[in-house]
Design a protein around this ligand. Structure first.
Ligand code: PLP
Length: 394
């Protein structure tokens, strides 16, 4: 007899019988993610606690304080967005742009273009100043563009992951104050690995990710907003057009009120807390010096094998090295070989640099001499097999 709770019979379509997950131990030397520190992985696997548990609330404050240290900022509104770096990127724009606001984006690579795309979606009047993919902006370029466009916000990428270029920041913050505009900085590939001094540089808005210099898996997007940007947020005529990323709502949870907003990814924040604790234990200056020493060893080793770096040395990022694929080398076949035969991931080029460069990351936990030596040995012994004609000749 059918009951009032009858339901249709279960359709077995889509039902799969799988073995328990088994992923390989890759060495991630590409543009990200990087390998997480084992201490961070252990923190991630702890039993979750409630997102309003007093112990979790304590941990939230620790994460915020350590993020301030990592960024060298006193910004009150500093918190990890529940999402990857792009969520924090979008939050910087969603909270500050009002329709018609002029946003100037300094584009010198792939991620500058993402800022252009996002700012347009929030109906900004987007203006662009460009540099070739492999150069940085000079102070004078920025000054001329601010005079020409008179933007409310200048957005730029500090560490351009698509080109391996580190943007010098000297004087840019002062310029922005002089021209009455906010300075928004992408620090996704710099935080934890390259000197960043947000308050000294007078940066008003910044974002980053968990999976590179912080040695945590992908999943959180550190976000920070200074007092000038807070003023712009407070003066908005309409609500922030993105509920999930609205910092005024999020701050009711991350600030003293602890009002529920969304269920925080508690385990990701366990991991973030440990990642930031380890960074503070090492010390920022020591971490930056480690990244530079290991990157310099990589550059010297690759150059001694006749390879050419894409970025000029004075602008080169220690976290992400771009190497030109030599004429006659099948760059993609080589990286596939590294992955399939040696379990090592190295990246290829993005956008206009696709097929022209390799991208090698030495970030966070992965910035160590053993990894440099292992990769240099493989370049020396295996790369010759990928020169066009080498297979036929063999
Ligand atoms: N900005 C830069 C410079 C990046 O390198 C990335 C990702 O690699 C992002 C933004 C976006 O971050 P995510 O991929 O974590 O969303």
């Amino acid at each position: 007899m059918a009951t009032s709770h009858s339901h249709p019979s279960v359709d077995p379509c889509h039902r799969r019988s799988l073995s328990p997950i088994a992923t390989p131990d890759r060495l991630l030397l590409g543009p990200g993610p990087s390998n997480a520190d084992p201490t961070v992985l252990r923190a991630l696997s702890r039993t979750p606690i409630g997102h309003l548990d007093p112990l979790y609330v304590e941990l939230m404050a620790e994460v915020q304080e350590l993020l301030r240290y990592a960024w060298q900022t006193d910004n009150r509104l500093t918190l990890p967005m529940s999402g990857t770096g792009s969520s924090a990127m979008e939050a910087t724009l969603a909270n500050t742009i009002e329709p018609g606001d002029r946003v100037l984006v300094a584009v010198k690579g792939y991620f500058g273009n993402r800022l252009v795309d996002m700012a347009g979606r929030y109906r900004a009047d987007v203006r662009v100043v460009e540099k070739p993919w492999g150069e940085a902006f000079a102070f004078e370029d920025i000054e001329a563009a601010l005079i020409e466009h008179k933007p409310a916000i200048l957005a730029m990428v500090h560490a351009e992951t698509s080109t391996g270029i580190c943007q010098p920041m000297d004087g840019i913050g002062d310029l922005c104050r002089k021209h009455n505009c906010l300075l928004l900085l992408d620090t996704v590939t710099s935080l934890g690995g390259v000197p960043v001094f947000l308050d000294d540089w007078k940066v008003d808005l910044a974002y980053s990710c968990s999976q590179k210099g912080l040695s945590c898996p992908p999943g959180l997007g550190p976000f920070t907003m200074g007092p000038r940007a807070e003023e712009k947020l407070a003066a908005r005529k309409d609500k922030v057009p993105n509920w999930y990323l609205d910092v005024s709502l999020l701050n009711q949870y991350w600030g003293s009120d602890r009002v529920y907003h969304h269920t925080a990814p508690v385990n990701m924040n366990f991991g973030m807390r440990e990642a930031l604790r380890l960074l503070a234990e090492e010390g920022l200056e020591q971490a930056w010096a480690r990244h530079r020493t290991n990157a310099e060893a990589l550059w010297a080793g690759l150059e001694s094998q006749g390879l050419v770096m894409h970025a000029p040395e004075h602008l080169r990022l220690p976290t992400l090295t771009t190497v030109r694929i030599p004429e006659g080398v099948d760059g993609k076949a080589f990286t596939q070989h590294l992955l399939n035969e040696h379990g090592i991931e190295v990246g290829g080029g993005l956008g206009t640099l696709a097929g022209k460069i390799w991208r090698i990351g030495l970030m966070g936990y992965n910035s160590k001499p053993d990894n440099v030596n292992r990769l240099l040995n493989l370049f020396e012994t295996e790369l010759p097999r990928f020169r066009l004609g080498a297979v036929a000749a063999a």
